[in-house]
Design a protein around this ligand. Structure first.
Ligand SMILES: [Zn+2]
Length: 447
C-alpha cells in the first residue's frame, strides 16, 4: 500500500478535464471531461498522485484522511482568468442611474465611471485596499474559484499602480485563492492626461513598464494588458505599449472588441498574446485568425449581461475554426460585479450556446492556460496541484443548468480543505437525494 495524505472516494462523477496535447482543449475537442464514474483521487504533499476508479485506488492507497464523495461530482478548482477584483469604493449609485436610463456621459458628469474607482483606489491605503478586496476573494473561493487573475489598473500613476500590485502580493500571502498578477496601467487615460493621451502612453512605456518589468523586479506581474477600445487606447497606442512590454519580458493580454472592433484581436495574433479578452464584436475574419493561432479567446459573458446588452462572444464560430476558448467573470465595480464562475458557466451555456461540458472545460483547463498556469492547475491529473471542488450535486451538468445559488460543497487548495460545507448538513442536497432514494427503496420493498 502506498500512503497518501488524502483520498477522495466514490465521486458520482470525477471530471478530470485533461489538457489536450499539453495545451488547451481546442475546437471540437472542447468538453473532454475525462469523466470517471465512482471516481477517486489521491493527494500527497499538495499534489495529485493518482486518479481512477474508487476500487482501484482503495486497493492501492492507505490515506491519512478520506472524504466520501458519494452522490457528489468532483471537478478541478475553477480558474478565473480575467478579473479587476482589487479596487476601493462603491458604484451602486451609478448602477441605479444606469437602469434609470442615464447615459454613460451623464454618469461620468455626475462623478461616476471608472474614474470614480480610480479616485477611491488612489485615496485608499494599502491596508484599506487589501481589506476591501478580501471578502470578494473569499466569495470567489466559496464559489469554487481556486486560481484567479488580478489586474492593476485603478491607479493609473506609478505609485498607485505599485500599491495595487503590493495589495495583490499581500492578498496572495493572506488567503487561499492563487492570484496571477497583470499590469493594466493602460486601463484608461487618467483625468490629468485627458487632452494628451500620448503623453500618458509615453509615461507607460518609459517609466511604468520598466518599473513593473519581470526583467527588473522580483514582484513583477506576469502579464501586461491594454484596454484597446474607443475612448480608451487606440490600436496604435496598444501596439506601442505591448511591443515594449514584450521586450521587457511580459506575457501579453488585450481587452478587445468589447464595443467596437479596432483590430485588437489581429494585433494579439501578430504579437503572440496569451489571450484576447471580451471578444464580442470581433469580425469573422479576425475570429478565424485567432482560432488558427495559439491565442486564447477569453469570453466574459457576465459583462454584457451586467450592462443589459444582447451581443455576446462568437464562441461557436471560434470553435468551428478550431480555436481555444476560456471563460472569466471580469469581476469589476462598474460593469460586472460577479465573483461566481458558476454563474458565468450558466450564462455561457445560454448566450454562447456551449454545452455544460464545454463551459466547464473553458472555466478550468482552458482558463488555466489563459493565465499561463496550464501546467500546474485546471485539471485533475497526476502531478498537478490538488485544487479540487466537490459539488453538492451528483451531476456536473447542474453547473449551467442551475444559476443564482452556490452548488459547491467542499473546496480544496493544494491539498488543504479551505471551504468545508460539511458543517451545514441541512443544506446538503445529497442528503435529500439519499433520503428520497431510501424512501423509494423502502416503497419498492413494501410493494
Ligand atoms: Zn477587463
Amino acid at each position: 500500500m502506498t500512503s497518501a495524505d488524502l483520498l477522495i472516494a466514490h465521486a458520482s462523477q470525477l471530471c478530470a478535464i485533461p489538457a489536450s496535447n499539453g495545451g488547451p482543449q481546442r475546437g471540437a475537442r472542447l468538453g473532454d471531461l475525462g469523466l470517471i464514474k465512482d471516481g477517486a483521487l489521491a493527494v500527497q504533499a499538495g499534489h495529485i498522485v493518482a486518479v481512477g476508479p474508487t476500487a482501484e485506488l482503495r486497493a492501492q492507497f492507505s490515506a491519512a484522511r478520506e472524504i466520501d464523495a458519494t452522490g457528489r461530482a468532483v471537478i478541478p478548482g475553477l480558474v478565473d482568468p480575467h478579473t479587476h477584483v482589487v479596487w476601493a469604493g462603491d458604484r451602486s449609485g451609478e448602477f441605479e442611474m444606469r437602469v434609470a436610463g442615464k447615459t454613460y456621459m451623464e454618469i461620468m458628469a455626475a462623478g461616476g465611471g471608472i474614474m470614480s474607482t480610480v479616485r477611491a483606489t488612489r485615496a485608499a491605503s494599502l491596508d484599506e485596499l487589501v481589506a476591501q478586496t478580501q471578502p470578494r476573494l473569499a466569495r470567489m473561493l466559496a464559489h469554487g474559484t481556486t486560481t484567479a487573475e488580478a489586474k492593476t489598473g485603478y491607479g493609473l500613476e506609478t505609485a498607485a499602480e505599485l500599491k495595487m500590485l503590493e495589495a495583490i502580493h499581500r492578498l496572495q500571502a493572506e488567503q487561499p485563492v492563487e492570484l496571477v498578477p497583470t499590469f493594466l496601467g493602460a486601463h484608461a487615460v487618467p483625468a490629468e492626461y485627458k487632452d494628451r493621451p500620448d503623453a500618458y502612453v509615453d509615461l507607460l512605456v518609459n517609466e511604468m513598464l520598466p518599473t513593473f518589468s519581470p526583467l527588473t523586479t522580483h514582484h513583477s506581474p506576469l502579464f501586461c494588458d491594454v484596454f484597446c477600445e474607443d475612448g480608451a487606447f487606440t490600436l496604435e497606442q496598444t501596439r506601442r505599449i505591448l511591443t515594449r512590454a514584450k521586450e521587457l519580458g511580459f506575457g501579453l493580454k488585450i481587452h478587445v472588441d468589447e464595443f467596437k472592433p479596432l483590430g485588437g484581436s489581429r494585433l494579439g495574433v501578430e504579437l503572440g498574446a496569451t489571450s484576447v479578452d471580451h471578444f464580442v464584436t470581433t469580425p469573422p475574419d479576425e475570429v478565424k485568425a485567432v482560432a488558427e493561432s495559439d491565442v486564447i479567446a477569453v469570453s466574459l459573458p457576465g459583462t454584457p449581461f451586467g450592462l443589459g446588452h444582447t451581443a455576446y462572444s462568437p464562441a461557436r464560430l471560434l470553435l468551428e475554426h478550431g480555436g481555444a476558448l476560456a471563460l472569466a467573470t471580469d469581476c469589476n465595480p462598474g460593469t460586472c460585479w460577479c465573483e461566481s464562475m458558476q454563474f458565468v458557466i450558466a450564462l455561457a451555456c445560454r448566450t454562447l450556446r456551449l454545452t455544460p461540458a464545454q463551459a466547464l472545460a473553458a472555466a478550468t483547463i482552458n482558463a488555466a492556460f489563459a493565465v499561463g498556469r496550464g501546467d500546474t492547475v485546471g485539471s485533475l491529473q497526476v502531478g498537478k496541484q490538488a485544487d479540487i471542488v466537490i459539488l453538492d450535486v451528483p451531476d456536473y451538468r447542474h453547473l449551467g443548468y442551475r444559476f443564482g445559488t452556490n452548488l459547491v460543497y467542499t473546496v480544496i487548495k493544494r491539498g488543504q480543505v479551505v471551504v468545508d460545507s460539511c458543517q451545514e448538513p441541512a443544506l446538503s442536497e445529497t442528503k435529500g437525494l439519499n433520503l428520497r432514494k431510501s424512501k423509494l427503496e423502502a416503497s419498492y420493498e413494501s410493494a
